[in-house]
Design a protein around this ligand. Structure first.
Ligand code: UD1
Ligand code: CA
Length: 457
């Protein structure tokens, strides 16, 4: 394979987002915007990928920490796209081959499109190839100017275009393939004698034409793909398109999504076949869901591993938790991080869990808080049970053995252990360890004052 490097321009702030966060780090379908074009470049075979960064450089760099194929080049002052690419030259030192130039704000771009463009560029031994699209409303974009024979002659920016050029509907996507020798030899020659007094990368096309090198344009099959995000309205439209691609993929893999337009599955989620997902769900954080599961409406799942045949009932929230097979959750349950549930566990309505392990077949069916606990198999936790895990300073553990029956309205004041096969009677406050096979009961004695109400009248 011929060598390929990419330069991704991401130094600008993205003023129109009206945000404290730089534009290219706004999340879209679960990951920062810039990771989408970077992934497309990687899938097209780029190595290295040079990010030109400026505003919030550390945050952009941090997004790719540990990625060996990513290099960063600093552009202190944003003097234009041509200047931005010039800033990447040091990082590209020693590289020869094709350089792909992309923008960090085009999340819809697909690797397929880049591969087609690359093949076209290489087959024709071009110096420069630009990806273009036909737009009904080309306003704001650079326009592709062609000679009467249809050959590309140059790109003219909106602000520099004369009325006739403004009529051109073929626009510059800002995505290019360039031969590295051509790029290195000419990038420094760009001037800034234009309406914006910027160094325009686009002027390289006119330079190639003047030098009688091959300069080509290839149209994207789908104009959506080159959509650059400038404001939050476009952010939302692009998000909708990305999600529909993700949902489509899951459906083709055998997942039933009742209403794809109202189901929010992030990039990087795995779902087994014959799982059904009802509307209003948010699923992200690299969640893995098994086969044959049923996810009711309004469920939110992030960073979880869920086994086969589980039923997550409506409006439950699951965070960084692990579920075995045939587990039932909710409705309206909250699994907080560190919840690990064995097969056939049942967590019912209004139950909250945090950092617990619960063994096979155990149940907490209603109105319960279980935190920092280790619960064995076949344990029944009665309605209203609370692990009192926090003394205001430290967290303490509760350990409950196999086959224990905890009655309703029990408080377990941790640290405390309930031995296996014990029964804790309803209303008990457990403050010391319970031996195995025992009955534990602590209740305030009941007083009945007969006739008391009658005397009051
Ligand atoms: C650019 C193109 C235009 C094209 C459009 C497509 C030029 C001169 N014009 O215009 O023909 O239709 O993209 O969206 O190239 N950037 C830097 N440093 C800079 C300037 C820009 O890193 O000094 C980055 C921005 O962060 C952004 C990208 O380059 O990711 C494009 O810059 P932008 O200012 O949006 O260019 P446009 O004016 O839209
Ligand atoms: Ca732009």
């Amino acid at each position: 394979m011929e060598s390929l490097a990419s330069v991704v321009l991401a130094a600008g702030k993205g003023t129109r987002m009206k945000s404290a966060l730089i534009k290219v780090l706004h999340p879209i379908a679960g990951q920062p915007m810039i990771t989408w074009p970077v992934t497309a470049a990687r899938e097209a075979g780029s190595d290295p990928i040079v990010l030109v960064i400026g505003h919030q450089a550390n945050a952009v760099q941090g997004t790719f920490r540990g990625a060996k194929d990513i290099l960063c080049a600093m552009q202190e002052e944003q003097l234009g796209t041509g200047h931005a690419v010039a800033c990447a030259l040091d990082a590209l030192a020693g590289f020869r081959g094709t350089v792909l130039i992309l923008c960090g704000d085009t999340p819809l771009l697909r690797a397929e499109t880049l591969k087609n463009m690359l093949a076209f560029h290489r087959d024709n031994s071009a110096a420069v190839t630009v990806l273009t699209a036909m737009m009904d409303d080309p306003y704001g974009y650079g326009r592709v100017v062609r000679d009467p024979a249809g050959r590309v002659t140059r790109i003219v920016e909106q602000k520099d275009a004369d009325p006739e050029e403004q009529e051109i509907r073929e626009i510059n996507s800002g995505i290019y393939c360039m031969d590295s020798d051509f790029l290195y030899a000419n990038i420094k020659a760009l001037g800034n004698n234009n309406a914006q007094q910027e160094y325009y990368l686009t002027d390289l096309l006119a330079i190639a034409v003047r030098k009688e090198l091959t300069c080509l344009a290839i149209q994207a099959a789908d104009a959506d793909e080159i959509m650059g995000i400038n404001d939050r309205i476009q952010l939302a439209s692009a998000g909708r398109i990305l999600r529909s691609r993700i949902n489509r993929e899951h459906m083709l893999n055998g997942v039933t999504i009742i209403d794809p337009e109202n189901t929010y599955i992030d990039h990087g989620v795995t779902i087994g076949c014959d799982t059904t997902i009802h509307p209003g769900c948010n699923i992200g954080g690299g969640t893995v869901i098994g086969e044959g599961c049923l996810i009711d409406g309004g469920v939110s799942i992030t960073g979880c591993r869920i086994g086969d045949d589980c039923h997550i009932k409506a409006a439950s929230v699951l965070e960084d938790s692990e579920l075995g097979e045939d587990v039932t959750i909710g409705p309206m349950a909250h699994l907080r991080p560190g919840t690990v549930l064995g097969n056939q566990v049942k967590i019912g309505n209004f139950v909250e869990t945090k950092k617990i392990v619960m063994g096979k077949g155990s149940k907490a069916s209603h109105l319960t808080y279980l935190g920092d606990a280790e619960i064995g198999c076949n344990v029944n936790i009665g309605c209203g049970t609370i692990t009192c895990n926090y003394d205001g300073v430290n967290k303490h553990r509760t350990v409950i053995g196999d086959d224990v029956f905890i009655g309703s309205d029990v408080q377990l004041v941790a640290p405390v252990t309930v031995g296996r096969n014990s029964l804790v009677a309803a209303g008990t406050t457990v403050t010391s360890d319970v031996p195995p096979d025992s009955l534990t009961i602590s209740r305030v004695p009941q007083v009945n004052k007969e006739g008391w109400r009658l005397k009051k009248k």
